[in-house]
Design a protein around this ligand. Structure first.
Ligand code: HEM
Length: 250
């Protein structure tokens, strides 16, 4: 699909879904994620966890047997797991089309990754000035999920059809790759949930209400802040600090 066709598809979907929810952007805030993106994100998350929990019962039944009653027993978990997986991959594919543009790698992203120790330590007040809508860590996680979905799809179909269709060796290799992919993605999602909630306060709002504070934007995504407001993020931050100091003195 060409990038114009993707944009056209996404614009139509965004318009259609805008009526399914509400996004209120108050003064001092910026629109971050429209309704369509939020619906996709939480649908992806729902099917991810359904696939994960039904998969746990199949992967290590002696340890995770207590998950299986949620799905109506071990047998039903096994039957439902591939459907949850396919739904996860399908909705993530829509999200990938929706986000492909801001997820493209930029030269500043490599610098961000080289600088990751300083950024993670919180020594700097703001992320590097060329950090756009998504930072390099977010992009890396996104592309890891894209790769993971491709692995799930290929190995999942082989496991679903079984040894009679694909042979025992393909099934054995698929088990290993399927499980490695799940473990890598699970690790990434743990970090993602931590950063989106406690790690970077204010981020969670963006996927619930769709909006973020300007202070959040200039702190974590200064180049995006500059792009949407036309203002210099460092100056905006200094100005806000001066106003706060003046307010606390009066
Ligand atoms: C309870 C679980 C989750 C929470 C609280 C959460 C929260 C969020 C938030 C707040 C954002 C917006 C970040 C921003 O605007 O900068 C986001 C983005 C994103 N989410 Fe989630 N999410 C969860 C689960 C998932 C799952 C299960 C997946 C996929 C398997 C996923 C994939 C993504 C991706 C690819 C992005 C964009 C890149 C990024 O921000 O890392 N999320 N999530």
């Amino acid at each position: 699909m060409s990038s114009r066709a993707i944009e056209h598809f996404d614009d139509k979907a965004r318009e259609t879904f805008e009526h399914a929810g509400r996004t209120t952007v108050y003064g001092g805030e910026l629109l971050r994620h429209p309704v369509y993106t939020r619906i996709l994100h939480w649908t992806v998350a729902l099917f991810f966890f359904l696939a994960l929990f039904s998969g746990f019962g199949i992967y290590l039944p002696w340890l995770f047997r207590w998950f299986t009653p949620i799905f109506g027993g071990g047998q039903l978990s096994r039957i439902m797991h591939p459907y949850f997986g396919v739904a996860f991959v399908f909705f993530f594919a829509l999200q990938a089309l929706n986000w492909i543009q801001p997820m493209l790698w930029a030269p500043g992203d490599t610098r961000w990754l080289r600088n990751i120790k300083t950024i993670a330590s919180g020594e700097e007040k703001m992320d590097p000035p060329d950090t756009g809508f998504f930072n390099a860590g977010q992009k890396a996680m996104f592309w890891e999920i894209v790769a993971g979905c491709i692995v799930y799809l290929i190995t999942g179909i082989i496991l679903w059809a079984g040894a009679k269709t694909f042979g025992r060796i393909s099934v054995a290799i698929s088990y290993v790759l399927h499980d490695i992919s799940a473990l890598i993605m699970l690790g990434g999602i743990f970090i993602h949930i931590y950063l989106s909630t406690i790690g970077e306060p204010g981020t969670f709002h963006s996927m619930i209400r769709g909006a973020v504070s300007e202070a959040w934007a200039w702190t974590f995504h200064p180049a995006w802040y500059k792009q949407v407001t036309g203002r210099d993020p460092v100056q905006a931050c200094e100005e806000a600090r001066r106003q706060m100091n003046a307010g606390s003195k009066s």
